[in-house]
Design a protein around this ligand. Sequence first.
Ligand code: TRP
Length: 341
Amino acid sequence: MRSERSKPPDRFTLHHPALGGDSSSFAADVRTGLLKRPKALPPKYFYDDLGSQLFEAICRLPEYYLTRAEGEILRDSADEIVCSIKGPVRIIELGSGSAEKTRFLIEAALHHQPELHYVPVDISDVSLERSSLELLHIYPGLRITAYAADYFSALRALGKERITEREGKRTIALFLGSNIGNFDPEESRSFLREVRSMLRPDDGLLVGADLKKAASVLVPAYNDALGVTAAFNRNLLVRINRELGGNFDVQKFEHRVIYNEEHGRIEAHLASLGAQTVTLRGLDLEIGFEPGETIHTENSYKFDLDQLSELARDTGFSLKRTWFDSARRFSFNLFTAAGLS
Ligand code: TRP
């Protein structure tokens, strides 16, 4: 099986637009984050190879309802979603991960057109290559141009390629999995404006957004009984140890999750169990921790529909339609690119 697929077919191109810049920005970001008060680290660094696999395990947890709710919407409505954008399309996906759910949309598009150009972007090149080869194996009509990079480097590279202007197709951009929730309100606005600038009027952006709900449902989704999410969070310290010569004792940091009602967001933290000093040889840095002091590693904002249409309006889109799962836990929002004035 593996060997048959090990040679990428000519329908596959993989770009590394940020190559070289990445490890040095990891070092700089970790230094800045650990010197901040309160301490904080950017969530994009969760997704090394192990982190990406742990996230896939999270998606299978009973408590993490988001992935199943999304799957339900796509199973029921992929065709409707694809048909909302007129004419032949290409699909760009920001943060494609395993691209398992994307199959529903790829299949729906391939019902209406013989060939499809799929452009996935993911920070993990291992996930990107694995999922792309799998998709190419299943769908002979598919061609893939993949970008291994963080969102902003990839958007810049995509802009330069003028990838949306070729072949006279409309673009559907995908931003699934509640990824929008990992940005602060200002960050999500600058990100969406950046996405808007590579689209043309009437192109679409499908945004998956988790909805506000009781803390008793939200908190377990980010703090599961098996401890997979805890492992995912602490893997960031393992990565720092490996790549930056750190000596974090992972057992001395606890995964902690709260629902911050005021901001409408889940917060994930790593809390120091006791006073301790950590050395990062690669950064020539020593960091002290008070007992209970935390590193803030992630926000996951939860939305209501007013916030989503405001977000669309603020960033050059309009919210054309929203789909829900049967329990109304999660939403898919089709933003269409408004004409630029
Ligand atoms: N995009 C995911 C979300 O907000 C990421 C995620 C899931 C996550 N579980 C996590 C991030 C736990 C940090 C910690 O749902």
